[in-house]
Design a protein around this ligand. Sequence first.
Ligand code: AMP
Ligand code: GLY
Length: 421
Amino acid sequence: MKVLVIGSGGREHAIVWKLAQSRVVDKIYCTPGNAGIAQIAECVEIENKDFSDLIDFVKYEWIDLTVVGPEDPLAKGIVDAFEKEKRKIIGPTKAAAQIESSKVFAKEFMKRHKIPTAEYKIFTSYTHAEEYIRMKGTPIVIKADGLAAGKGVFVCQNYDEAVNALKLIMKEKIFGAAGEKVVIEECLQGKEVSYLVFTDGKTIIPMVTSKDHKRLLDNDEGPNTGGMGTFSPNPIITPELEREILETIIKPTVKGLKQEGIPYRGILYAGLMIVNGKPYVLEFNCRFGDPETQVILPRLETDLVDIFMAIAEQKLNKVDVKWSNKASLCVVLASEGYPGKYKKGIPIKGLDMIKDLKDVIVFHAGTKFNEEGIIVTNGGRVLGVTALGNDLQEARQKAYSAVGLINFEGMQYRKDIGLNI
Ligand code: AMP
Ligand code: GLY
């Protein structure tokens, strides 16, 4: 069969890499892809504004299944457009994707279904929002309602920071319409975990647990990023805590969306804070995590196509999903300046030395081939170096040994992924 993957990051490289191992996949396309993906799939540029060119491509190439990496097309209704044309696609509809695309929707949904989350209030008026911050005090968290490329959340330690964030969102409108409403919520202190499941709207199949490192610098310092590294499993999630996450968060979410007439199919990702042993939702994502996928999929033993087809056909209860007992760890190598401005087009050295290393996979994110056919940087997060080991320490040691072989001018990465669990 033929599969199309949409996206260009490390997450999409991991999806394509796993699909390439499937016993039923003959050909993989990716749009737009990157230099790593181009080595195992055919990368194509397709305009995807209203999805009509994409659907034409899928029809013309006889593509059997489409997998969506990022949230943006999901929030814009790619699944609705494909389903109208009876084309198989993995991901939630536009209405169900609101769980990520509108923080106001997500918070009100959680309130309706008694799903544990930080206490909050919603504002459309700057003056009322500022009054509320003064009354509540700090630390406090301010979130733009809509999608803001991962930059719409401000964890504010003092009043000035909070007012500044509010001004940026509501007065300067740096996120445009995404900031017309804001959620102001209680700041939770605890340990963050990522919890992802596959669901067809009825059956829920948990993925192995993981942890992201959102801050740029070691010891969780510096600005928030898309994610600087991950590991799996996350030992914080004991079997007992996992049961609680499923019973109090995941099941009520899938059931609640179905009850509200917007059944959720695809990947559901809950970003959680564990406070005194109890899980609270920080956010939902309607897709695989990046770089969580780079540690989760290398541990998947089942054919990913079997899972995707079962989601599309709502037969997930028929699939027995198996995971390896190995641990995995991913270190993200980023451009100088990320998450702010950065240069592109810098040659990446050392990739050849890693090709044959056992248990090491380099997932490309912001990379491309330049005119001379050399792999150069093309984004903020450039590579994700994943290693598998018998335990986290071994995976960590292998991943960092491989990182030591790669180099590009201005390369920055965290040295403490998997250290302070
Ligand atoms: P989000 O995109 O909503 O997950 O927020 C991005 C990051 O902000 C999270 O990964 C947390 O580190 C932090 N964050 C979000 N909400 C809260 C909260 N209520 N309390 C503390 N930290 C938070
Ligand atoms: N790693 C965080 C995310 O995918 O949103």
